[in-house]
Write a protein that binds this ligand. Sequence first.
Ligand code: CA
Length: 474
Amino acid sequence: MPNGKPNILFIMTDDHAAHAMSCYGSRINQTPNLDRIAGNGMRIDNCFCTNSICTPSRAAILTGTYNHTNGVTTLSTPMDKNKLTFPKLLRRNGYQTAVYGKWHLGEGRKDDGHKYYPDGFDDWAVVPGQGLYHNPEFIFENGRRVVEGYATDIITDMSLDFLKKRDTEKPFCLLCHHKAPHRSWEPDAKHADLYEDMEIPYPETFNDDYSNRASAASAAEMRVADNLYEHDLKVQIPEGLSPEEEKKWKYQRYIKDYLRCIASVDDNVGRLLDYLDAEGIYDDTIIVYTSDQGFFLGDHGWYDKRFMYEESLRMPFLISYPKEIKAASVSKDMILNIDFAETFLDFAGLPIPSFMQGRSFRSILNGQTPADWRKSMYYRYWMHKAHHNVYAHYGLRTHDYKLIYYYSDALGTEGSVDESYEPEWELFDLRKDHCEMRSVYNRPEYAHIVKELKDELHAMQSDLGDDRYCKDVD
Ligand code: CA
């Protein structure tokens, strides 16, 4: 192992929900190569993002901080390259570092001094914005050019090239960031016919009518039935279908393409694992597979993310490192995206900067949960009605309950309250209602729970420094 430090291979996809991975018990697909990572290491069942949207989650991962701290609160708040990130710290301490694929933290321009370019990497190539699946353009340090091929293959090829050219005397930290399976869900030719002759099962909450909750759920415009259009699905919807038939038809089209994109990711993860095996460095390498957030896979009749609801909040997180992590182990401890940076620094034997707000979970990976490990987490989504008409909200999740407040403050800007919307609370009893179909906020028997959770929420906002604009009301 170079310098006694482990290599880090961090594979992150975009919008890949844990319930579309067979190692997480998927009912709808198989992911044999992702399952290899889980089989050789640990599957974390309660890994959550602190804001379920691309750019903010990526900033949280790189800096180990919440979005109110790093300032990357929305899709249009890029990350200044001067921010301190874990790859920068690793590079300063002898790691060779690289990132390939989706960056989505802003695009560099000459006139702004490439303020939002990836920084802290020996080599990088990233797609502009969301990037394309076929023949994507890439931004390189020395300019832009189109690379022929399929994005998932290309990003893996670039990652493999970096590994082949690496200095074997130094440890590496490689970020392999796929575009897939983000919309527009365009599979490659190899997987185009997968699932063609079968019907993918429907989720339990496919026909949710959004009753018994705050109005936010019914107001959201992310319904498979009503908000997935022909241009999203890139196909003409057949005529003469009943509304129920059309909803099912759209779901099948959407979910099959989504799963086909994942099948290509799975193949390409296999290529990387095979390379590490062949090089004899599998055991010296921390391998992570995650996604920037979860996704609704027809759950609640939806596609997309943003909400603090389970399918969107939960990130898949698989990690293998045979030197420390027991094979086929599972953790139920609560891990957040702001913990990743601290954990990698810990493994590299480096101090964790005081500005970081997460905590290394290395001991959990070793099978020892610290007695004072967190039992609740804070979430905040800032983009009030910006996309899919999802209301801004924050909340607290414990192992048993989830409290959500839709606070009606546009983009978290002080004073910009949305007068058209009366703030609302929701409380879910996850022990009895894991699908979050019934808010029990107003039930008298939960009054003491509401009080406890509100106190904890406010204390957490104060501790974390996010109490500036949050003045919730009963
Ligand atoms: Ca995403």
